[in-house]
Design a protein around this ligand. Sequence first.
Ligand SMILES: Nc1nc2c(c(=O)[nH]1)N[C@H]1C(S)=C(S)[C@@H](COP(=O)(O)O)O[C@H]1N2
Ligand SMILES: [Mo]
Length: 354
Amino acid sequence: MLQSDKFKKIKPHLITRSLKPENQETPIHFLENRQTPSALTYRRNHFNYPPFTNQSYNLTITGSVKTPITFHYNQIISLPSRIVTSVLECSGNKRSYFEPKVYGEQWKDGAISQGTWTGVPLSYLFSKTGIKTGASEVVFQGEDFGVKKGKHVHFERSLPLEKALAGDVVVVWAHNQKPISPKHGFPFRLIVPGWYGMASVKWLKTIRVVDHPFSGPFQTDDYVYYPHKNNNEEAVPVTVSHVNSIIQQPLDRQILQPGQHEIKGLAWTGEGVVISVEVSVDDGGTWKPATLHGQPRQFQWIKWSYSIVFEKNREYSIKVRAYDSNGHLQPDTAFWNRKGYGYNAVSQIKIKVE
Ligand SMILES: Nc1nc2c(c(=O)[nH]1)N[C@H]1C(S)=C(S)[C@@H](COP(=O)(O)O)O[C@H]1N2
Ligand SMILES: [Mo]
C-alpha cells in the first residue's frame, strides 16, 4: 500500500464511556450528514447485548387487547410502512457539564444521532389487535436483560396510550435504508420521535397493553427528573427532548489564526421546530442571529453557521443558543436534577487567536 493511501484511511472512532455494557458517543464534528451512519451512531446500553434466537424474529402484542397477535418479521416488513427521519438524543447527553456533578455515564455532547427509520406505525398494529376499554398504557419490552437494584429485569418502558396511538410512534425494521444493525436493535425497535432516546426501545420483543401505571425501574426510578439531592419530591418523568444545540467548529480551546472564520453547528428540539439560533462572541454580552441552512423540519436537526473575523492576540468566549416554535430557549444554566437528564444550557467554547 502506498504511504498516501494509508493517510487517506484516517477516520473517526466513537468515544468510549464503557465497554460492558457498551456505551460510546460520537465525536460531534463528524455529525455531518442528514443520516448519521450506523457505525458512527452513539451506543447506549443498560445491559449486555441480548442473545439472538429464532424467537427474536417474532413480535407479540398482548395484554388488554381484543385479539393478541404474534407477528413474524416477514409479516411486519410487508405491512404499510412509514419513513421518519429523526434525531435520537440520550437524556443523559451532556450530563458531564452539570454542576454540582451527578452520577451516571459522563457523556459530553455526542450521545446524539439522526437517522432515517422505516417501519409500521404502532397505531396500525393496534388496528389489527384492537384495544380493550380501560387500557391506559403500553409497555414495550426489549430482549436485553440483567440485574437492576437486585432484581432480574428486562429493559422495559411504557408510553401513555394516547402517545402510543399518535401516528408518529413507529415499530421500525430499517435504519438508513438497511436492516437495523444488531447493536441498534435488530430486528425491531420502537422509535418515538421527539422524545429522549430511552423511549425508543431496542430489540423489541413484546408490546403489552395495560390498565394501570407501569412501574418498572427504567420508568419510575431512572428517567425521572429529581430536582432535589436528598429526596424524591417534585419528580417529573423524562419525555420530550429539550431545545438544544452544539458548536462543531471551532473546537473548544482551539488555537486559530487571525482572519475570517466560520462558527458552525447543529440545533434541534423535541416538539415544534427550531426557529432561530443566536451567537455571542463576547461571553453572552451581545447576541447576533446565525444563518440557518435549509428548512427547519420536525424531529430533525438544523445546521447553522456564523461568519466572523477574529483579531490577533485575543481570546473569545463563544456562546450559542437556539429558540423553538413553542417559545423555548436554551437557558443560561441547565435545570439541575439528581440523575442528570435533559441538560440544555447555552452551548459554549473558548478559543484563542495567535
Ligand atoms: N432494549 C433497550 N432499548 C434501549 C436501551 C437499552 O439499554 N435497551 N437504551 C435506551 C437509551 S437510554 C437510548 S439513549 C437509546 C440509544 O439508542 P442507540 O444505542 O441505538 O443509539 O436506546 C434506548 N433503547
Ligand atoms: Mo439514553
